[in-house]
Design a protein around this ligand. Structure first.
Ligand SMILES: O=P(O)(O)OC[C@H]1O[C@H](OP(=O)(O)OP(=O)(O)O)[C@H](O)[C@@H]1O
Ligand SMILES: Nc1nc2[nH]cnc2c(=O)[nH]1
Length: 180
């Protein structure tokens, strides 16, 4: 797997340090609040799993799985819910966790969908932000790293479902794209 990594963009140590910082910030901001951390499958899993252990507060967590309606409709931002939350959210502050915000279309849809369920609040924590690629205006409340427009893998991010288990964020060699 690692033979196809051209360079490490964010090391394991940098990830751990930044996720711990973010956890401390969230701990301060949500003290005394009923917190639901929401993981968006599948990419957010490693980030969310590390982040919740840096949040020193009582919390619940749940997952949603989303899928865009395919390449042709992606730009419309229409998203299908493949797996929904287990319960109503009227009594909780929702913190969405994402691996990456790219065009912003997924989050734009998700935030509107969740707000319609009348939670106490909806905020977003992302591991990576590719702000240069936005198609809609959406900005995460918490961001670990802003990155340029480069395709990255690892720590939850995949290429063709592979590389999610790399402990760092890396950039693929061109050969990787030919290997499938
Ligand atoms: O800002 P956007 O352009 O909407 O892109 C961001 C979304 O795309 C990725 O999910 P993906 O559909 O690849 O699913 P995955 O998490 O299962 O890999 C990522 O996890 C975000 O949910
Ligand atoms: N794996 C992966 N998915 C993405 N979705 C949007 N940008 C990226 C990226 O750089 N890597």
């Amino acid at each position: 797997m690692e033979e196809y990594i051209a360079k490490v963009l964010i090391s394991r140590e940098e990830l751990a340090k930044r996720v711990a910082e973010l956890g401390a910030e969230i701990t301060r901001d949500y003290a005394g609040k009923n917190l639901l951390v929401l993981g968006i499958l599948k990419g957010a899993v490693p980030f969310m799993s590390d982040l919740i252990r840096e949040i020193r507060l009582p919390l619940a967590y749940d997952f949603m799985a989303l899928s865009s309606y395919g390449a042709s409709t992606q730009s419309s931002g229409v998203v299908r819910i493949l797996k929904d939350l287990e319960r109503s959210v009227e009594d909780v502050h929702i913190l969405i966790t994402e691996d990456i915000v790219d065009t912003g279309l997924t989050l734009n849809y998700l935030i509107a969908n969740l707000k319609a369920r009348n939670p106490l609040s909806v905020k977003v924590a992302t591991l990576l932000d590719k702000a240069g690629r936005r198609k809609v205006e959406v900005s995460p409340d918490y961001n670990c790293f802003s990155i340029p427009d480069e395709f990255v893998v690892g720590y939850g991010l995949d290429f063709n479902e592979e590389y999610r288990n790399l402990p760092y964020i890396g950039v693929l060699k061109p050969e990787a794209y030919k290997s499938i």
